[in-house]
Design a protein around this ligand. Structure first.
Ligand SMILES: [Zn+2]
Length: 94
């Protein structure tokens, strides 16, 4: 019986920021250049800045559906990511 749980892992937050596809309600955006309207089902890279996507996060709860469409990408939790980025920005490291 396979269920989804979050796994804690040390990550390179700069690497995530440069290669993250953020899925919204209907399409996705690129965290590197903020390009909007990306088709998250098929996009391997951003058509605007050219970055290749390695990570994916979602604003919705449809994690299983998105994971099934993109098994090639590492699924990260958007709230976890935003929390860490906010913390780093507050400390002035970015
Ligand atoms: Zn981009």
């Amino acid at each position: 019986m396979n269920e989804l749980i979050r796994v804690w892992k040390e990550v390179d937050i700069k690497d995530i920021e440069g290669h993250l596809l953020i899925v919204g309600l209907t399409s996705a955006d690129c965290s590197n250049c903020r390009e909007l309207g990306i088709n998250y089902s098929t996009a391997a890279s951003c058509s605007k800045c050219g970055t290749d996507f390695k990570y994916i996060a979602s604003r919705s709860k449809e994690i299983r559906k998105i994971k099934e469409k993109r098994p090639d990408l590492i699924f990260i939790d958007l709230e976890d990511y935003k929390k860490v980025v906010g913390f780093i920005k507050a400390k002035g490291f970015f």
